[in-house]
Design a protein around this ligand. Structure first.
Ligand SMILES: [Cu+2]
Length: 295
């Protein structure tokens, strides 16, 4: 049902003009499941352990597309990318990119060009969904035939091009009318004493648009390849919420968000492979930061 020809990126989907790295147009995903809610209710934003106190100002989306341009590269050192898209056992698709001669550098996004460094841009049916900062992304797609494309871009967003051909990969994805996986209980996993799981979240204005977010975790292993699989102690991924609404999954510690003007709370939770939220002493393992986007 999926034919593969390239690679992909990261996935969070947003409502409205929200531009998160990754997802399709809607992110129903695991959003409707009850387990998440509990953790939200019991953890007021102001007391979340890993949260950043000050408000971070994030530039709005550019009103016109800045010339992102291209960067011609050649020779044996030119970056390459390939793409693998597989249905997730619960919802949506897991997209894995493999790259060569390429260094993921979310911390340099919108900064100076460095040969071989950069991030990916994700497109669904030719429309840019957002940036991807790491090789795994979760995508929600509407029923129908879709083309998922990832391009490799430098820190300054210029697309890498080899012999006039963009370094990108495309996968054809055919989404059936019903693609609901088995309903998984999104409960809470109390972590055993002595195996504490923690997360902190920081945001920094991106020089071009939006904010770049970085999670730091302890006692936790990113396991995108096990998402919607059996729980393994300490493994998992994150869920990201904006103003209390789930946007999608995160498969690694770095992500980019362009939000609508206003003040927003961006929150992440650490979740097991089965999507249960990690908790320590009854407290959800999550972190939040408040960002302000100028009109
Ligand atoms: Cu999950």
């Amino acid at each position: 049902m999926i034919s593969i020809s390239a690679r992909a990126l990261l996935g969070v989907v947003g409502a409205g003009t929200l531009l998160i790295a990754g997802c399709g147009t809607n992110e129903v995903d695991d959003a409707a499941t009850a387990g998440d809610r509990t953790t939200v209710a019991t953890a007021p934003a102001t007391t979340i352990a890993g949260s950043t106190a000050e408000t971070v100002s994030c530039p709005p989306a550019p009103t016109s597309m800045m010339g992102e341009g291209t960067r011609a590269v050649s020779g044996a050192d030119a970056p390459t990318v390939s793409l693998d898209v597989k249905p997730d056992a619960k919802a949506g698709y897991n997209v894995a990119m493999e790259t060569t001669n390429f260094t993921w550098a979310p911390e340099h996004a919108s900064g100076e060009h460095v040969d071989g460094e950069g991030h990916a841009h994700l497109y669904v049916d030719g429309k840019k969904v957002g940036r991807v900062y790491e090789p795994w992304v979760h995508l929600m797609l509407e029923p129908g035939d879709h083309e998922v494309t990832v391009s490799l871009n430098g820190n300054d967003h210029a697309a890498y091009v080899v012999d006039g051909v963009p370094v990108e990969a495309t996968a054809e994805v055919e989404v059936g009318a019903v693609m609901e996986g088995p309903m998984m209980q999104e409960g809470v996993v109390e972590t055993a004493k002595g195996s504490e799981v923690t997360v902190t979240l920081t945001a920094e204005a991106d020089a071009k648009a939006g904010c770049n977010f970085i999670m730091e975790t302890t006692g936790f292993m990113w396991a995108p390849e096990h998402a919607s699989g059996e729980p393994v102690a300490g493994e998992g991924h994150a869920h990201v919420y904006v103003d209390g609404e789930k946007q999608g999954r995160l498969y690694g510690p770095a992500f980019h968000l362009v939000l609508e003007p206003g003040t927003h709370e961006v929150r992440v939770s650490l979740n097991g492979n089965d999507h249960s939220g990690y908790a320590v002493d009854g407290q959800a393992v999550e972190a939040s930061v408040t960002v302000e986007v100028e009109a």
